[in-house]
Design a protein. Structure first.
Length: 132
């Protein structure tokens, strides 16, 4: 399915006293990768929200294999898991400079009609950009 990757330089404030990335920052890395995945497809999350559609995370799972450290240049690979319905699912790999997998992750987000606060189907243009 649709695949993309971004690079992120680990900042000092994202690490603990040992220079290891704090686990809470991984959710932020995944979000950054997801937003860029959408942007590269020509989909603006900001525009979607302006049209009354939100995409809150309803499930997040991260499997930590090796640590990332301060000043590492990490790569976050993002892949759409399957055709979106009222939810959209992504798989991720986070790798270091040597191509070693540091963590794997999965997120599930729900399309929500902001005005009704109810699940909804993705906008047609969203599916069209994915060629579904």
């Amino acid at each position: 399915m649709k695949f993309d990757e971004i690079q992120i330089r680990v900042r000092y404030g994202e690490t603990d006293q040992m220079g290891v990335v704090h686990h809470g920052n991984y959710a932020l890395y995944l979000e950054m990768a997801r937003i860029e995945w959408l942007r590269k497809l020509g989909i603006s999350y900001k525009k979607m929200e302006g049209e009354g559609i939100a995409l809150p995370v309803v499930s997040l799972s991260i499997n930590f294999k090796k640590p990332a450290y301060y000043d590492d240049l990490i790569k976050v690979k993002t892949q759409l898991k399957k055709k979106p319905t009222v939810t959209i699912e992504f798989d991720y790999e986070i790798l270091n400079d040597f191509g070693e997998i540091l963590s794997t992750a999965t997120t599930v987000l729900a399309f929500i009609d902001i005005n009704k606060n109810r699940p909804t189907r993705p906008p047609n243009y969203f599916l069209e950009q994915l060629n579904f």
